[in-house]
Design a protein around this ligand. Sequence first.
Ligand code: PGA
Length: 256
Amino acid sequence: MRKKIVAGNWKMHGSRQQVSELAEGIRNEAGSFPQVEIVVLPSFVFIPDVAKILQNSHVRWGAQDLYMGRSGAFTGEVSGPMLTDYGCLYVLVGHSERRHIFHEDLDLIAAKFKAAIDARIIPILCVGETQQQREAGQTEAIIKQQLASVIESASIVDFHHAVIAYEPVWAIGTGLTASPEQAQEVHGFIRKQIANYDIDVAKGLRILYGGSVKPDNAKGLFAKPDIDGGLIGGASLQVESFLGICAGCKSDTFVE
Ligand code: PGA
């Protein structure tokens, strides 16, 4: 059985007060969604406040990035053990904004994935194609490469403790969403790729969809057999819309 996840990627948004109010609002209503694992991913500086607000609640928290060193002379970076210190359970790895704006390459992303596993934080590995790659018919090849580079440097059993997010780059922050059928096709492909290495890992793996998920399209996406929840950007910044998306998760996905 795969419990659905709805994770809010708050990116570089909000003030200390706004983020605290958002965390409180979500915490106060989270009990109404026992079928969903609710996760929020604030900016590093807000993690201590958010951790205090969410401790002893149903809501989990994590970070949007980490560096692969455990400690040392890496000015400006944050390590996995530092995140563990603040109770982070999840961390995004390889978000398309990191890949494209900050030029993170396949090797760096693979190293960050391993660093998260070593720090006992669950990496949410983001994969996805650009519009140009989709139009050129390269979607599967790109995703296969993004997955393979991580699987080959980590071990497939590490994916027992990982989550994948499929986020087509053309759907992030654009208002364009993949249709449930388009998304399911790629999610099915991802699960098949993982199954080529290990069938049990593939069956238990939660694969989230991300890219302009809103309360009105969440239900259709989450009803698909290989879509185990969502990674939400813009719509996670308001309590009402974020919880509206959580309401789109009916129940766990039963695995045969
Ligand atoms: P969006 O962002 O929901 O605003 O499209 C998703 C993401 O970047 O994780």
